[in-house]
Design a protein around this ligand. Structure first.
Ligand SMILES: [Zn+2]
Length: 290
């Protein structure tokens, strides 16, 4: 409310990615949402001349655990800022030999294995079923992958990300099951973030930074926070370089992906049945359709 469209591109940083350097005209803005406060203030500024909004997913100082990340507020805040493209950066474990620590994956599939998270903006009298066969924006994923070609990092395109509840890392039995399911990387934060981004009609894709081999790998031993953080510091520099390149490569018009019109045929509730309070709450998302 009263918020100008401040940025077309958003970046949400995961573990180890708590800030974005080199922003011109840097400023911070706190955004109130109907879902409570986002993880922190958004940092606004421009990078390579492109207006950008940055948010650390776990808050500055990393004080919000995955289960408690207020993804509803975080995504709603980006929407309010005018963000159309949201680049997510997150740490993950690898479930495949060829995805080694310090590699980066641009996943194209997602398996929701969370247990305690509300994963929709809808409910309370309004029902919507968005298509989610392609959970990550294929167009934004292409831009991220292409932008990484000149960065000195092993970058892989495609793969299935399984989102576990955490905060504990996997048991060996779980890790083996996920591998048999065909999963490629494992993390704790893609859900409900990706689902809510789609409901908000924001193009969303991820740079999944491999920090460890989870626990299935013979050489891996136990996954420890120390191991994760050490590999992540290497990873984050690469991810930031890819982000820097990607934001200048984004198309002027969004096309070739399901995101911008995700809600067009998704709302099943008769408009006259939608409770006025809920219509008001979700106006930013559904106003153009109701
Ligand atoms: Zn898209």
């Amino acid at each position: 409310m009263g918020m100008p469209a401040a940025a077309r591109v958003g970046v949400i940083g995961g573990t180890g990615f708590a800030d974005i350097e080199g922003l011109q005209d840097r400023r911070e803005v706190h955004i109130a949402t109907p879902f409570g406060p986002p993880s922190d203030a958004y940092t606004l500024g421009s990078l390579q001349g492109i207006p950008l909004a940055f948010l650390p997913r776990h808050g500055r100082g990393h004080h919000v655990q995955p289960t408690d990340v207020n993804a509803h507020a975080n995504i709603f805040g980006f929407k309010r800022l005018g963000v159309e493209f949201l680049i997510s950066v997150s740490a993950c474990g690898s479930l495949r030999e060829e995805f080694a620590p310090q590699h980066i994956i641009v996943p194209d599939q997602l398996y929701d294995h969370t247990r305690h998270r509300v994963s929709t903006f809808f409910g309370n009298g309004i029902v919507a079923h968005v298509s989610f066969a392609q959970p990550y924006c294929p167009a934004l994923g292409d831009v991220l992958f292409e932008s990484g070609q000149d960065v000195d990092v092993a970058l892989h395109k495609g793969g299935a990300y399984i989102c576990m509840e955490g905060p504990q890392f996997s048991t060996k039995a779980e890790s083996e099951v996920y591998r048999r399911w065909g999963m490629d990387v494992i993390g704790m934060t893609a859900v409900p973030e990706a689902k809510l981004a789609r409901e908000a009609e924001i193009c969303y894709a991820t740079l999944a930074c491999v920090t460890d081999y989870d626990v299935w790998h013979d050489t891996a031993g136990e996954v420890t926070v120390e191991m994760v953080v050490e590999n992540l510091h290497q990873n984050v520099d690469h991810a930031k370089e890819i982000v820097r390149r990607a934001i200048t490569a984004l198309p002027a018009e969004r096309e070739g992906c399901p995101c911008p019109t995700a809600l067009a045929n998704a709302i099943i509730t008769a408009p006259e049945s939608v409770p006025p309070a809920q219509r008001a709450t979700l106006d930013l998302l559904v106003g153009k359709y109701l």
